[in-house]
Design a protein around this ligand. Structure first.
Ligand SMILES: [Zn+2]
Length: 425
């Protein structure tokens, strides 16, 4: 065996051991919940404090300085070799959950940061590693997502602070109460030394499994359009109106919905979903007169997404014209697409290759903390295969060998990052 292959074998072994520990920890942290019988952890909750309490000793044992900032984000700093002002590699994800969650969404990415520090403990790098456990990504408590990551980039402000939870407590009040009981005051900001952000996350979809791959490199997060489309026809008696004299709003909406599916298929990697439909008056023996539909459209390129939305709206008007219906279609919310850093995406792909894993480049259809961080710090994401694509559900899972693959490629990422940081000087 050559020196390099011995080194690679011991590295793979180390990744395997660390992965086993990570899986065990995910299950352990799943016990920290606000609701017995299911996993639920929300922004600034006692269950979140329990997670911090469990993770702090693990992080300290790995040589990290640990603190919780004023926005409830858990932060651990593994110092660089040498200079105090060395660049930092941020590795993070979120520690909150949706109701009745699985054990890996978010948590896995935070524990990956810790795992990489542990697996590389004997060798220090010329950059510091900061592990971030964001306090809110899902928006479960206040209905507004990304509160933790928005805080650290200085975007937790304005009307966001006025959102209230079920007890009518505002974000601003919750933050003030939380910060008052912290033993030390750590501002929720990013260090100016932050050089890059890396987030590992389960895919929450079936693509990697369908391609028989453990890992995917995320090069961008899809932009989103939220629209509403309303069809108006003529309500009437289901028995007395002959078919050819009807103006059935629901039959028109149905024709349009199958067209939405066909249109989305024509745009490569575009997705469009009608998730809500209401029909009025809603009687079993009444022809529907008014139908309101939601429409969610996503694509990695904003121009393509806008073209999809326009084509879908045009189709609604065409269907309405043929059927004598009126239609109103409009977009009420949009989030632009986010490109991740091309240099880091290439670096991640190289690292996976060095570790012996084939990968594909992917666009995330879901939002992640990287979406908030990327405009401020060069960012990339690694997806791990998610069996069945099941997430936001207690059956959510990830294979231990895929976690080992992520750790193994992560160690290569750290090696390659030495050169990346030098190139930025
Ligand atoms: Zn997540």
């Amino acid at each position: 065996m050559s020196l390099t292959s011995t080194h690679e074998a011991s590295r793979a072994g180390m990744a395997g051991e660390t992965a086993a520990r990570l899986m065990h920890r995910c299950k352990w942290l799943a016990r920290c919940t606000e609701k017995p019988g299911e996993i639920l952890r929300t922004f600034l909750s006692p269950a979140m404090d329990e997670v911090h309490g469990a993770m702090r000793p693990w992080m300290e044992a790995a040589g990290m300085m640990v603190a919780v900032d004023r926005a409830g984000n858990l932060r651990g700093l593994f110092p660089a070799l040498g200079s105090e002002n060395a660049p930092r590699l941020l590795i993070g994800s979120h520690l909150d959950t949706v109701p009745n969650a699985g054990a890996y969404d978010g948590v896995l990415g935070v524990l990956m940061g810790l795992a990489l520090v542990e697996a590389s403990a004997e060798r220090k790098y010329p950059f510091a590693i900061e592990v971030l456990g964001f306090s809110d990504e899902e928006g479960t408590r206040f209905g507004a997502p990304f509160l933790g990551s928005r805080a650290v980039v200085g975007e937790l402000e304005g009307s966001l602070l006025e959102c209230v939870d079920d007890e009518e407590v505002s974000v601003a009040q919750a933050l003030a109460e939380y910060a008052a009981q912290l033993p030390e005051t750590i501002e929720a900001t990013l260090s100016p030394e932050s050089a890059a952000y890396l987030e590992f996350h389960i895919e929450q979809g079936p693509v990697l499994e369908s391609r028989d791959l453990a890992l995917g490199i995320v090069e961008g997060l899809a932009g989103q359009s939220r629209c509403s489309v309303e069809f108006r026809g003529q309500a009437g008696h289901a028995g007395t109106n002959p078919m050819k004299l009807r103006r059935d709003a629901l039959a028109g909406a149905a024709e349009w919905m199958t067209a939405v599916e066909a249109i989305a298929r024509r745009f490569e990697n575009g997705v469009a979903t009608v998730g809500q439909v209401t029909a009025e008056p809603g009687g079993v023996n009444v022809i529907p007169g008014v139908v309101r539909c939601s429409l969610d459209v996503r694509h990695a390129e904003d121009a393509v997404r806008n073209a999809m939305v326009q084509t879908i709206f045009d189709e609604a008007h065409a269907v309405a014209a043929r059927r004598g219906l009126r239609v109103e279609a409009g977009q009420y919310h949009e989030h632009p697409a986010v490109r991740l850093d091309a240099g880091l995406v290439a670096l991640a792909q190289r690292a996976a290759g060095h570790a012996g894993y084939g990968t594909i480049r992917m666009t995330s259809g879901a939002g992640h903390d990287a979406m908030v961080i990327a405009p401020h710090v060069p960012s990339t994401m690694i997806f791990l295969r998610n069996p069945g694509g099941i997430s936001h559900h207690p059956d959510e899972s990830v294979a231990e060998e895929d976690v080992a693959a992520a750790i193994h490629m992560g160690l290569w990422f750290l090696d390659e990052f030495v050169t990346y940081v030098k190139g930025k000087d």
